[in-house]
Ligand binder design. Sequence first.
Ligand code: GLN
Length: 514
Amino acid sequence: MISARDLAAQVRGGADAAVATRAALDSIERQRELGAFLHVDREGALAQAHALNERRRSGVPLGALAGVPVAVKDLLATRDAPTTCASKILTRDGRLETGWRAPYDATVVERLRAADAILIGKTNLDEFAMGSSNENSGFFPVHNPWDPAHAPGGSSGGSAASVAAGSSCLALGTDTGGSIRQPAAFCGVVGLKPSYGRVSRYGLVAFASSLDVIGPIANDVADAALLFDVIAGADARDSTCTTAPLVPCFNVESQVPRGLRVGIPAEYFQSGLDPQVESAVRRAAQRLEAAGASLVPISLPHTRYGVATYYLIATAEASSNLARFDGVRFGMRVEAPGSDLAQLYAKSRGNGFGREVKRRIMLGTYALSAGYYDAYYKRAQQARALIVQDFQAAFAQVDVLLTPVSPTPAFKLGEKTDDPLTMYLADVYTLPASLAGLPAISLPCGFTAGTANAPALPIGCQLIADSMQEPVLFRAAKALEGLLADLQTSLCPARAQSPLSMLTNSDVARGVGG
Ligand code: GLN
């Protein structure tokens, strides 16, 4: 499959922007059963491509993502498509077609347009990004492109599945506690959670405002860096978005691992870790070492408080953020004749929100309520500070940390839906970096063995760097990706249905395909 960077270079140089757009639209059409997309506008996407061709003909130089089909998680506001957050509460009557229309674009969407990307569609997710499997979507689940019986991960499962299946070249996801990294690992693609505050959250529907980050999902590290450079950077409309200087990452050299100090945190390799995942991550560490990196044993002693801390803070913030969905201002309004305002709120929220979202609103409201605040919310903030300190001590010794992304490869759809706690516990390796606001990237590092009736599934590893050190992270990630290249032997079965994934550089140059 052509890379996003090569495609953009070709389109800038004169190739027809509609070729890849058409191929992506056909791929999405053929892969409908994956459930990755909530909204696709074929005419609209082709019109974007034709407009690019026109602009280039009139002599305007095109941008960094010229003609590249990019899928956008449906938690981000887009003015030309519905924004539902995969929740019925953002529809008039429970149907996708009646989804809420934002009157504006999120900053990241504006930047995609300014870079001449093709916005190919809005991707499915767990309702309001609450979940790790995409089964909490208010509409339909997403299936893993490697094996449809398995979950793609969540909450950015639609975005990860779309890239893995070859329905788009790139995708935007959001990550509050792992929602970019874990689906990237389950689907065998690259996913970056940038540092908190590196990317504007303006136009991102808030889940937990002190944790939410938008980031790229891509087929490889260089394409992830390309998209990161487009979306990152200060924004006057988000006061939590840093004005610290932004170092572009696309051109960072792969670090020769010689001299790279890689921390291996003991707490990430304890009981509960699947042996196949453990050996794949340890192999990645060994290859770094063989190439000259030094492996440094690290302890992050407060890791074990990560799950409890996250599920208190995230639910507390969610209970406040989701108060705005009240049946009056947005979407669904359920009103019985003669009912008062309180009944309108109760009925609209009762009908509009799904089970997991209601569970979190109740948990968060409880944690914040008078009498419990000190025991739960305040303690969680204290534990968060300790987790931050653990990382600070680690980064005094090492450049990056190497860990698993998830304790297991993709699990089966339905396997964990009856037990929310088991689902929460599986986020154990992604939550601490979120609580500390650190940049972290998920990279494919091998496959499970697979059997005659169980196909091999991808395994991911995670690199974590200190805050705002994305260049360090990308250098290490490029190096590791190179050292693991021989392991990417399996081809995602869903790609066989994807005209976009067949598209080569010369097809694009000749204007054929799709
Ligand atoms: N799985 C975590 C949760 O359910 C993280 C979700 C996310 O990052 N949006 O909250």
